[in-house]
Design a protein around this ligand. Sequence first.
Ligand SMILES: [Zn+2]
Length: 121
Amino acid sequence: MTPELLPCPHCGNAYPAVGYDSDMRALGRELCITARCRQCGAETRKCDNAKEAAELWNRRAPLSPAVLAELPEVRALVAAETERCAKAASDAVEAVCLRDPMPSVGRVLERIAAAIREART
Ligand SMILES: [Zn+2]
């Protein structure tokens, strides 16, 4: 029987999963199984079966209390940064379109990239 997976030791996601490696399936090769966190991408090496993947996952070191305590703050910083970049990109598109109602896609993308670079500095 496959053991229940412990929360992700990297991000605290309570729902990691065991699954087949889709690349290997697409290539028609022997299926490999990994335990993986869809939230942060942490993954075990490829295993022969679900039980092995789950046991390997559960052997990972848990997050320290100090790191766990900082997670909400880190998530808030990432959310704020994401929001700032999205606003900068939106403002850049609006500014380009005000100057030229039919801007090229390349021009719009240049302005978005520049606005995001500026917002991050
Ligand atoms: Zn994770």
